[in-house]
Design a binder for this molecule. Structure first.
Ligand code: CP3
Length: 351
């Protein structure tokens, strides 16, 4: 097990300090999807690797890709290069990433389908992911934090059941609403797998873990409690029991009014906010109880110039006097000019 610097409780890493509730000036910055197709150096290694999954399971190349944006832009964090759909893959589901068409999975739509999956995570491929984490951990400079991640169970389940990125989520809702007891078996299998996967990343050197709940915004309030809040709360408790000093961040994208009380209900240390929320509302209503991460619209980063300047000032003015991590309100878009990212880092760090 790699020594985890966060276990000492002592750190000078701005991201860790912010997630422990201490305001940082300037605020630390990293971006969701900071590694990816907008970088030529990513596209080169991606071509070398073969498929996207081959890249995720190649520790040498995945380490290089994780470090590319950190080295180019000087971010305060590296996020493991991987994907939330490696968990269904390690549970034995057929997962493919089709060029320009996104992920395709052989769907799981009943308890019988769940029974056909592996009863435990298969580490044959995942071992390579933990090797990437420990490689990256040894190569980061001392102010940079290493973030591990997983998809939250509901979000991963949407891909498992729908078999792709869904538009109206009718198949998963049909199952969850008509047979909640059966659907719970899938969610609970994913919850257990997620805890194991995150703990393994922490043991390998991840200092923060983030749960991506990209499809928090598609459920009625009661189901949001059952399928989003409840599993995230359980995962957070289990991580904290084993690794009390490792901050847990959740990003319930599109949760809307569900953002109110989310941090208290789940116990997370950091809350990723999407770009629909006004920074002043976030500062007044959410930041008193939790460190905030967000929330520049990725389209504003793509546009750059005066629109970006104005939006960055507004976010900094509202949020940087409390615990805050600058980020986007969703992932970097593939068409984003890298120069805009360099300028964003500068804008966030200047007075
Ligand atoms: O943020 C990072 O730089 C770390 C790596 C990372 C990836 N995916 C790499 C990736 C992270 C944190 C993710 C999370 C992820 N994956 C989410 C949650 C965040 C979000 O975007 O809502 C989701 C829903 C997925 C599932 C997924 N992976 C989809 C739907 C797609 C296809 C769409 C797309 O953007 O290409 C992927 C592929 C994917 N994951 C790519 C990358 C860099 C592009 C693959 C390529 O190189 O062609």
């Amino acid at each position: 097990m790699v020594a985890n610097r966060t276990n000492s409780g002592q750190t000078r890493k701005p991201l860790l300090l912010a997630l422990r509730g201490k305001a940082q000036l300037p605020p630390p910055i990293w971006l969701m999807r900071q590694a990816g197709r907008y970088l030529t150096e990513y596209r080169n290694l991606r071509d070398q690797a073969g498929s996207f999954l081959d890249l995720c399971y190649n520790p040498k190349l995945a380490t290089a890709v994780t470090l590319q944006p950190v080295n180019r832009f000087g971010f305060d964090a590296a996020i493991l290069f991987s994907d939330i759909l490696l968990i269904p893959h390690a549970l034995g589901q057929d997962v493919k990433f089709i060029e320009r068409d996104g992920p395709q999975l052989s769907p799981v739509r009943s308890v019988r389908d769940v029974d056909k999956l592996n009863s435990e995570l298969d580490f044959a491929h995942l071992a390579a992911v933990y090797e990437t984490v420990s490689n990256v951990a040894t190569q980061l400079s001392e102010h940079v934090t290493l973030i591990g991640f997983a998809g939250a169970p509901w979000t991963v389940a949407t891909y498992m059941v729908e078999g792709r990125t869904s538009k109206n989520f009718d198949l998963i809702k049909r199952w969850a609403f008509s047979d909640p007891i059966g659907f719970e078996i899938l969610i609970s299998r994913l919850t257990d797998a997620t805890i194991i996967h995150l703990c393994k990343q922490i043991e390998a050197g991840a200092e923060v873990v983030q749960l991506f709940e990209s499809w928090a915004g598609v459920l009625p309030a009661k189901e949001f409690l059952r399928w989003c809040i409840k599993p995230v709360k359980f995962i957070t408790e289990q991580i904290k029991e084993r690794f009390p000093n490792v901050p847990v961040v959740a990003f319930p994208r599109g949760a809307g009014t569900g953002y109110t009380g989310y941090a208290e209900a789940t116990g997370v240390d950091g809350l990723g906010v999407d770009y629909t929320l006004s920074p002043t509302w976030v500062a007044e209503r959410l930041q008193p109880n939790v460190a905030i991460q967000g929330n520049l619209d990725p389209a504003v980063l793509l546009v750059g110039g005066s629109a970006m300047k104005a939006a960055v000032s507004e976010i900094k003015l509202a949020l940087s006097s409390g615990p805050f991590v600058f980020n986007l309100g969703h992932g970097v878009l593939p068409q984003t000019p890298p120069e805009h990212v360099a300028e964003l880092v500068q804008l966030v760090r200047e007075d």
